[in-house]
Ligand binder design. Structure first.
Ligand code: GDP
Length: 312
């Protein structure tokens, strides 16, 4: 039985221009609900007054809170104020206004970087706050941990049905193709495509190529978000991932094969590796009945096609 049917509901996707939010908005098109969005020009999420007024006017039943300041390892480690302050303010504004305006359900999206740097792998939800964070993204992690706690606090004190999901590293259509701010999959698609186009035989990877990461396709994330919105309620947040990881060098080889580039990788060890390994235990969500379905090669191909059609 569906716990929270979406049929006929007014649903706000906060952050619909971002990779995750856009995928959620696309996924909601196949539910019989009304999807609300607001552009940055219409609604500044950093303004408490604007958020309160917009939500007060919009008669929202449910919120997918996918709006955040996000970025790859370099952006995260060099713009601490943006990642800490902006994320804290966005979460606080939206979650507080959701309570004030009687929103019936809210799903807050966090990140796998909330876990301690040396958390036991695969990382179980219980690992939260059991050790020091990875320094390259602790600003973002602290903000996301605060978001989880806000949802739990409004649930405890005011009975709000606010839940949280922690996606692992994402890739897919709508990714940010920006060498300085982007994440590794987008960065390597750009670098390897450029190498192929210019007949270059080498591509530089940041760090050692040895860190291990798990990658979730955006459309799978969106499907998981809709699934938990409909079927899950509880103080405990849920990991969302594939449960499978690979080294950065293996990732680079997969992308090279999808793009059809043959060459070798060099390693710039003056750039950070970040956390040595990050893979989710996805048992909790699996037990509820959801698992990722997109194969990695198929997902990479769609990400590359989107890049060719929309970025170049
Ligand atoms: P993280 O998961 O928070 O560390 O974020 P990223 O997706 O930015 O980086 C993942 C891993 O890929 C890190 O070990 C990076 O050093 C490595 N990496 C290798 N080449 C690149 C690159 O060109 N850009 C980015 N962002 N990461 C890279």
């Amino acid at each position: 039985m569906t716990e929270f049917p979406l049929t006929g509901k007014r649903i706000w996707v906060a952050g619909h221009r971002g990779m995750a939010g856009a995928a959620i908005a696309r996924r909601l098109a196949s539910e019989q609900c009304e999807v609300l969005t607001a552009t940055r020009a219409e609604l500044d999420l950093l303004s408490q007054a604007q958020v309160a007024a917009w939500m007060g006017d919009s008669k929202i039943d449910a919120v997918f809170l996918a709006a955040a300041t996000v970025g790859g390892i370099l952006a995260n480690s060099t713009r601490p104020v943006d990642f800490l302050y902006q994320n804290l303010v966005i979460e606080t504004n939206v979650i507080h206004a959701a309570w004030q305006t009687g929103v019936k359900k809210l799903l807050f999206l966090g990140s796998s970087c909330i876990y301690p740097r040396m958390a036991e792998q695969p990382m179980r939800e219980e690992a939260l706050l059991t050790g020091p964070l990875e320094p390259t993204n602790e600003w973002y992690a602290i903000a996301k941990i605060a978001g989880i706690k806000l949802c739990q606090a409004y649930r405890r004190q005011y009975g709000c049905d606010f839940i949280s999901a922690m996606p692992t590293n994402l890739y897919g259509p709508g990714d940010r193709y920006d060498a300085a701010a982007g994440h590794v999959v987008a960065a390597l698609i750009m670098k390897i495509h450029t190498a192929k186009a210019s007949d270059s035989r080498t591509v530089e990877l940041w760090g050692s190529g040895r860190p291990k990461r798990e990658f979730l396709f955006t459309e799978d994330l969106a499907d998981a978000c809709v699934f938990v919105m409909k079927n899950y309620s509880g103080e405990q947040f849920l990991n969302v991932g594939t449960g499978v990881d690979m080294t950065i060098l293996e990732l680079a080889n997969s992308i090279a094969s999808v793009i059809g580039w043959k060459g070798t990788f060099t390693f710039n060890t003056s750039k950070p590796d970040g956390t040595p390994r990050k893979v989710m235990d996805v048992g909790r969500l699996g037990a509820l009945g959801w698992s990722a379905t997109t194969g990695f090669e198929a997902g990479l191909k769609q990400a590359y096609d989107w890049y060719l059609a929309n970025v170049l």
